[in-house]
Design a protein around this ligand. Structure first.
Ligand code: JCH
Length: 275
């Protein structure tokens, strides 16, 4: 997979040299190019921002350097891939984007070429995205409902979520299979995990995990998943299909205040208040 990143802070992307992503690059699975947007400025001060039209707070990224940068990324990537018609999928981190999900990361992992446009200030002049969309798929992407200072950290998150799904990047494919049931894929939260020593600072690991009883371990983990999900992510529980739950599941969920009504899991109705 080819990845281009355009930013005014190329040093912010230094973590792409490390760990999982660094190894994928060294193995030739990932080809990452980080570009400094100021390369495509033409004034003495290498200006990338200007005041917002219509007034208001902050500054907006000017379209001219972005247009030239995306033209250059397109040409260099086509050269690199040896395909004069190839286009990247342009991803634009934005608090106003579509939220990234695990399913979204899986779809991106199937693409041969991603390009990221990192904004700063209040964002990039909208015409840059409009014009790019006449030449390539463009997706504004959010990490969640909080405001970052710019797109760089979002790129690190997206690239890590995608890179670990590429064939040959994560050593043990079993850990990826298990994830298809995991929270990020819309299932239950994972159970707590423990390792040796069995007793640490007066705290015992759950004895069932040392029992060697596979069925009891599986049941205990399932119960913990249900309890955790009820406590932390009730939105996920509400999306479970009751027909996928067994009697033991329903008993645990009842303890946590959930029951099946009209074929859906619902929080127990509060007791009526007497006046
Ligand atoms: C970004 C900003 C708009 C501040 C500039 C570029 C993504 N999930 C997520 N949160 N924040 C981002 C993000 C991505 C790119 C940029 N900013 C700062 C942008 C604002 O509107 C009020 C305010 C933030």
């Amino acid at each position: 997979m080819r990845i281009d990143v355009v930013t005014i802070f190329p040093e912010y992307l230094a973590p792409l040299d490390l760990s999982l992503i660094g190894r994928a690059r060294a193995a030739g699975i990932l080809d990452v190019a980080v570009h400094d947007l100021r390369t495509w400025t033409t004034d003495r001060h290498r200006t990338v921002d200007d005041a917002p039209l219509g007034g208001g707070a902050g500054m907006v990224m000017r379209p001219e350097p972005w247009g030239a940068a995306l033209d250059a990324v397109l040409a260099a990537g086509r050269e690199r891939l040896g395909d004069p018609d190839a286009v990247p999928h342009l991803l634009v981190p934005s608090p106003a984007g579509t939220p990234l999900t695990q399913a979204g990361a899986e779809a991106l992992a199937r693409e041969p070429w991603l390009a990221f446009a990192c904004g700063r200030y209040e964002g990039i002049d909208e015409r840059v995205l409009e014009e790019a969309a006449t030449r390539m798929p463009v997706t504004p992407l959010s990490l969640g409902d909080y405001v970052l200072g710019g797109g760089e950290v979002a790129v690190l998150v997206v690239v890590e979520a995608v890179a670990r799904l590429l064939p040959g990047v994560v050593g043990n494919p079993h850990s990826l299979v298990e994830e298809s049931h995991a929270p990020a894929s819309g299932g239950l939260l994972e159970p707590p995990v423990y390792t040796r020593p069995a007793s640490w600072r007066g705290r015992e690991a759950p004895p069932v995990l040392l029992s060697g009883h596979h069925a009891r371990v599986a049941r205990w983990r399932r119960d913990e998943q249900l309890r955790r999900t009820a406590a932390r992510r009730p939105d996920l529980l509400a999306r479970l299909r009751p027909q996928d739950l067994d009697a033991a599941d329903l008993a645990v969920l009842a303890q946590e205040g959930w029951s099946v009504r009209d074929g859906a899991l619902v929080p127990a109705s509060p007791a009526p208040v007497r006046h």
